[in-house]
Design a binder for this molecule. Structure first.
Ligand code: NAD
Ligand code: 4TP
Length: 335
């Protein structure tokens, strides 16, 4: 038996459900491994009919998903009220969106599924339903910690050899300087180094670190974070034997001849890391969470409410996310 990948439905008003259905319809063309969807079945059925997909949706358990996969899309039914209103967020669906993620992670931690691929969520829409995290990244770390203090999860966006990591993630820009410490940077770099080896098969990772300020502080004349925090953290890790360079000016770091010499770039804040990769590879880049005991990937895009229910959303990044989770969990394929 092949263990399936677990896919959470994401925001019902967005394009996540559409892409899950498209992925199943194109599973042979894209050579996708078996997967099961953690979703409200009635809602998925309605979205499938709206988009004109004729295949069956089968209620299964994760353990039955592999055997069912050729006959129909295996759905692990999540209870709740989930209206099929493309583009219109409903306060009713929040609980089911959260429960789908929780159930997908639980099935993966239990070993019934190989890894988790998440459909995009609209975070603000979940806060009324009790969501207390800035995004999946931190929520997954909390779920994986099972009540203990979560380890630091690390967000990476990856497309081929271009891999970018924001040190700080979903925080206001004004808080970024305060959140950059030698400890958080060293912890993040160790996770990136470890997972480049373990998850990406990079034998000797070489990591670049961006500065925070223009020109990486220009020797302290445009800010001191580089001299006071970033350089000392790098020096300590280099002393420990890791191949890390920086802090480098962020504006020229992504010039192709430069980034191609690194296996990953750790940037200081969300947009510094995500703008370069979404600019050159929005269609195909993958968001992967490092530092977890399980594999989790996701497309790089969000809910795209404007495209939900239209059939016009590109499935490429979602397919790339399934493929990456498949590649990273090859060793766990068989139950
Ligand atoms: N993994 C996640 O859960 C995740 C990731 C990113 C953003 N989000 C959330 O998504 C919501 C919307 O974010 P946003 O508007 O900044 O970004 P977005 O990625 O949803 O949309 C940005 C633009 O790209 C287009 N687009 C997105 N995906 C596309 C696809 N597959 N095919 C064709 N066009 C596509 C959209 O139509 C829109 O014009 C926010 O609430 C954000 O927090 C969630
Ligand atoms: N920062 C991500 C992006 O812009 O692509 C996105 O919001 C996803 O975050 P989580 O994986 O933590 O939900």
């Amino acid at each position: 038996m092949h263990k399936p990948l677990a896919i959470s439905m994401g925001e019902p008003a967005g394009i996540g459900p559409d892409l899950i259905l498209s992925a199943y319809a194109g599973r042979a063309e894209w050579s996708l491994p078996p997967f099961c969807v953690f979703a409200h079945r009635g809602f998925m059925q309605a979205r499938a009919e709206r988009l004109g997909f004729g295949f069956q949706l089968l209620s299964t358990t994760p353990d039955e998903a592999d055997a069912a996969f050729d006959r129909g899309l295996p759905v692990i039914d999540i209870e709740g009220m989930v209206p099929d209103h493309p583009g219109r967020i409903s306060p009713l669906s929040g609980h089911a969106v959260i429960a789908a993620i929780e159930a997908a992670v639980t099935a993966t931690l239990k070993g019934s599924c190989r890894g988790v691929v998440t459909g995009p969520i609209q975070k603000a829409a979940l806060y009324n339903a009790g969501f207390r995290h800035p995004g999946h990244t931190e929520f997954l770390a909390a779920l994986c910690a099972r009540g203990a203090a979560p380890r630091r999860p690390v967000m990476m966006l990856a497309h081929g050899g271009l891999r970018t990591v924001p040190l700080t993630i979903h925080v206001p820009l004004r808080d970024v300087p305060r959140l950059i410490t030698a400890e958080t940077l060293a912890e993040t770099l160790r996770v990136v180094h470890h997972d480049l080896r373990q998850r990406f098969g990079v034998a000797e990772p070489r990591i670049a670190v961006a500065g925070l300020n223009p020109h990486a502080g220009e020797a302290g004349s445009i800010g001191l974070e580089e001299l006071d925090l970033i350089a000392p953290a790098i020096a300590q890790l280099v002393h420990d034997g890791l191949d890390i360079v920086g802090p480098l000016p962020a504006d020229t770091l992504f010039y192709p001849p430069h980034w191609r010499t690194y296996d990953a770039v750790v940037a200081m804040y969300h947009d510094q890391a995500l703008i370069p990769i979404k600019t050159v590879a929005f269609d195909e880049a993958v968001n992967v969470t490092l530092g977890l005991p399980i594999v989790r990937t996701s497309p790089d895009h969000g809910t795209a409410l404007d495209l939900a229910g239209t059939g016009k959303a590109s499935p490429k990044s979602f397919i790339a996310a399934i493929r990456m989770a498949d590649e990273m969990t090859q060793g766990q394929d068989h139950a």
